[in-house]
Ligand binder design. Sequence first.
Ligand code: HEC
Ligand code: HEC
Length: 143
Amino acid sequence: MRSILRGGRLLALVASLVLLCAALVRAQGKFKNLQVLPQDIDKAKLKAIMKAQAKALGVECDYCHTQPNMEVDTEHKKIAREMMRLVDEINAGKFKPDAKVTGSKALTKARQFYQKYLPGRQDITCMTCHEGKEEPVEPKTAK
Ligand code: HEC
Ligand code: HEC
């Protein structure tokens, strides 16, 4: 013990424990209600994704969020989450046209939109369908 105390080593030990605890708290408590995005997602990355979603739909953050409590779910946020899962599924090549769908009417419409206008595409984002609008406009020809 005495040797640890010597040379301020105890202080260094305490300091590194404090830093470690702070890092753990940050890693665990950063976001409160992520169900699709990774829990340990970088703050800047999450913000970029959110900005892209808002732009794709031509809306502000409060279309899906009750600010400042971003973790609270709203109807639009729940639909957005279904859409995020759909996009992941499509781009991973796991889209099954005949799958039994549970979820919102919008999700069913989005699945049909994909089958009709974008079959086989695996590079989909919110923008591909929404093009800056809350509700995608059906194209006259295949994209
Ligand atoms: C179209 C809907 C939509 C829009 C617009 C949107 N978000 Fe989100 N946001 C979501 C969804 C869905 C989640 C949850 C994602 C998940 O479950 O992984 C989320 C999660 C978040 C979280 C994490 C909250 C937590 O603690 O769990 C933050 C912070 C956030 N959004 C900020 C923003 C900001 C800032 C904007 C505006 C630039 C914005 N969002 C615009 C749908 C949206
Ligand atoms: C394959 C096409 C497609 C993709 C990709 C897509 N959507 Fe949608 N989305 C739709 C369709 C179709 C609707 C239904 C619009 C309607 O009711 O006419 C919809 C509806 C919605 C709604 C509800 C709008 C309302 O008026 O209530 C939200 C919110 C939404 N989408 C968010 C997203 C987000 C966020 C993404 C990206 C993660 C996304 N969508 C990706 C096709 C798509």
